[in-house]
Ligand binder design. Structure first.
Ligand code: AMP
Ligand code: GLY
Length: 435
């Protein structure tokens, strides 16, 4: 089978690395890809958001199956276009992708179907939004309704911050169309974790848990990023909590969308807050957000743990035969440390020469996924905010952390930044469990 992956970051490198191991694939393509992906796939210089360009490329290369990584092409209707052209594609239609591309759509669906989440209200008028915030008090969360490249969320701990976020969105139009509406949400307290579920709109197949680290600095401080590292499994998601998430969140969401005539196929990303357990109660999962795609960098810690061939699972999500499948997983935990350009998520320089990846990958259990790299004059250089995802599996979480950081120590580029505490929350949670 001739398969095209759409995207060019660390998530797509992990997808390419995993799909390249599938015996069913005769040739793998990626648009636009990156130098890491080029080790596994033919890369084409077509942007992921260029819907017509991707369709033309898929047709010209006689692609039989397309796997879409990022949310942008999904929300722009790439899967709709491919299916109309007779090309099988993994991911939701534009209408179903609204579970991510419109926070108001997602929140209304959850409210209507009793899926646990924080209270919310939706505004297009700044004065009304301010009055609501005044009435609710802080902390409170202000979100642009549409896709804002991860920058549309403000967790406001005081009223001035909340008012500024409202004005940025509704008065200064900082997010353009994506901020024509805003959603104000109850602040949820607890530990975050994610569950991804493959679905063909009738059946779901949950994947193992993982946890991202959004803030740029150690101890969860500094501005939010696309993700500074991840680990899997997340010990906060015990087997009981996992079952609750399937029963109360992912399965009801997929059922709700089908019954609304908006069937969801692909991978449903449930970003959850595990609200603290009381003496008698276990942590209660509440939805922070749904995404319509694989997480980045969570995919980079999930796929190294997956024993099953990924291709048949993705195909079954498209053709309604997911019920025939199970997913086999390795027990060994996996940790990924994101190395970024200095300054990210603010302005940063590009073009810094990267050295040491080969030495890092020579370590047992280590895999380095490229996120923002390119080749220039025969050398590998930085080309984005998130540059590399240095990933390691180990017999336990502590050894996976040690291996990932041993690999990070071998990699160099000017002004590189990374968090030094990826995975520490898992260790703390495990230590608590032993008390
Ligand atoms: P989102 O883009 O919706 O994932 O939001 C980015 C981050 O903001 C999340 O990963 C959370 O850390 C935080 N956040 C979003 N919504 C809430 C909420 N209702 N309560 C607490 N934190 C939130
Ligand atoms: N890791 C967060 C995301 O993929 O949205």
């Amino acid at each position: 089978m001739r398969v095209l992956i759409v995207g060019g970051g660390g998530r797509e490198h992990a997808l390419a690395w995993k799909l390249a191991q599938s015996p069913e694939i005769s040739q793998l393509f990626c648009a636009p890809g990156n130098p890491g992906i080029a080790q596994h796939a033919v890369c084409a210089d077509v942007a992921a958001g260029d819907i017509e360009g991707i369709l033309d490329y898929a047709q010209s290369m006689a692609i039989e199956f397309v796997v879409v990584g990022p949310e942008e092409p999904l929300s722009k209707g790439l899967v709709d276009r491919l299916l109309d052209a007779g090309i099988q594609a993994f991911g939701p239609t534009a209408s179903a992708a609204r579970i991510e591309s419109s926070k108001a759509y997602a929140k209304t669906l959850m409210a209507n179907y009793g899926i646990p989440t924080g209270r919310h209200a939706r505004f297009d008028d700044a004065k009304a939004a301010q009055a609501y915030v005044e009435e609710q008090g802080t902390p409170i969360v202000i979100k642009a309704d549409g896709l804002a490249a991860g920058k549309g969320v403000t967790v406001a701990h005081d009223l001035d911050t909340a008012y500024e976020a409202i004005d940025a969105c509704l008065v200064d139009h900082a997010f353009g169309e994506a901020g024509a509406w805003l959603v104000i949400e109850e602040y949820l307290e607890g530990e975050e974790a994610s569950i991804f579920a493959l679905t063909d709109s009738r059946h779901i197949l949950s994947m193992v848990s993982s946890q991202d680290h959004k803030p740029v600095y150690d101890g969860d401080t500094g501005p939010n990023t696309g993700g500074m590292g991840a680990y899997s499994p997340a010990p906060v998601i015990t087997p009981e909590v996992f079952q609750t998430i399937e029963d109360a969140v992912t399965a009801p969401c997929v059922r709700a969308m089908a019954s609304e005539g908006n069937p969801y196929r692909g991978v449903l990303y449930a970003g959850l807050m595990l609200t603290p357990a009381g003496p008698e109660t276990r942590p209660a999962p509440r939805v922070v957000e749904f995404n319509c795609r694989f997480g980045d960098p969570e995919t980079q810690v999930l796929l190294p743990r997956m024993k099953s061939d990924l291709l048949p699972l993705l195909l079954a999500s498209c053709d309604g035969t997911l019920w025939r499948h199970t997913i086999r997983w390795r027990e060994d935990p996996c940790v990924s440390v994101v190395m970024t350009s200095g300054g990210y998520p603010g302005p940063y320089e590009k073009g810094k020469v990267i050295e040491g990846i080969e030495a890092a990958e020579a370590l047992e259990g280590v895999q380095v996924f490229h996120a923002g790299t390119k080749e220039e004059d025969g050398r590998l250089v930085t080309a984005g905010g998130r540059v590399l995802n240095v990933t390691a599996t180990g017999k336990d979480i502590a050894s996976a952390i040690d291996k990932a950081y041993a690999a990070v120590d071998l990699i160099h580029f000017e002004d590189a930044h990374y968090r030094t505490d990826i995975g520490q929350k898992a260790l703390a949670r495990l230590a608590e469990g032993r008390d």
